[in-house]
Ligand binder design. Structure first.
Ligand SMILES: C[S@@+](CC[C@H](N)C(=O)[O-])C[C@H]1O[C@@H](n2cnc3c(N)ncnc32)[C@H](O)[C@@H]1O
Length: 220
């Protein structure tokens, strides 16, 4: 970011930069330190902002950096007086860039990490915007849990890719998994869902169907 901004030759003392979804302040702190700009970082995650403030102090730029706990989607409606606005690594949070469709990838995460990464690359190669919670693509809102934010976000995408592997995943209070809720949310919103099912899971399902009580009765 510094190398992008430096050639613009902006006046260090007079330049104010807005860092939307600043996270732990990597952009704000580096720019304040390297270029002398004043920065305002907005993020919905309090823990990240605490780290950002700490980093600003360590780098001796606390007097140049301000961090605020806010939903950037609300903040941008009123924001003014900035010379530079940074919106880095936030996916389609403010809508589709040039109307590029967003594709939500829904599944358990840790066990399917490699597959999810491959799907991410494929979606991007096809020119669409992948939306994956572990990449910070989901717009977290202060008054919602991370899971609830995913349920809302899947509804804002144009398509969902659901991967059904061997793990059901962490459950919400109603006993249904986060992935299950994401699927239901997509279904409610009439978002098309492409479902990929692990071959073993399909086999388990056939065995389950064949051994279900009514199947036994049928055989008798
Ligand atoms: C992938 S991180 C990017 C951090 C930073 N921009 C960077 O490039 O290093 C995405 C950040 O956006 C924040 N975020 C997501 N939705 C937000 C919202 N609605 N309002 C404010 N911050 C949000 C997350 O908390 C997270 O810190």
């Amino acid at each position: 970011m510094v190398e992008l901004l430096r050639p613009l030759g902006l006046d260090p003392a007079g330049t104010k930069l807005l860092d939307l979804g600043c996270g732990k302040g990597a952009v704000s702190v580096t720019v304040a330190h390297a270029l002398g700009f004043r920065t305002v970082g907005i993020d919905a995650c309090e823990v990240f902002l605490e780290e950002a403030k700490q980093k600003a102090a360590e780098w001796g730029v606390s007097h140049k950096c301000r961090f605020e706990l806010k939903d950037l989607r609300e903040y941008v409606k009123e924001a003014s007086g900035f010379d530079v606005v940074v919106f880095a690594s936030l996916g389609g949070l403010l809508g589709d860039y040039h109307m590029i469709p967003s594709i939500f990838v829904s599944s358990t995460i840790i066990d399917l990490h490699h597959l999810r990464e491959t799907i991410r690359d494929t979606v991007a190669d096809l020119g669409y915007t992948p939306v994956m919670s572990e990449h910070g693509d989901v717009g977290y809102l202060p008054d919602m849990t991370a899971a609830e934010s995913c349920f809302v976000t899947v509804n804002e995408c144009r398509l969902a890719v659901l991967i059904v592997g061997k793990r059901y995943g962490s459950k919400e209070s109603d006993g249904r998994s986060v992935t299950h809720h994401e699927f239901l949310s997509a279904k409610d919103g009439k978002i098309p869902v492409i479902t990929l099912v692990d071959r073993d899971v399909l086999t388990f399902e056939q065995v389950y169907d064949a051994s279900a009580p009514d199947a036994c009765q049928r055989q008798v």
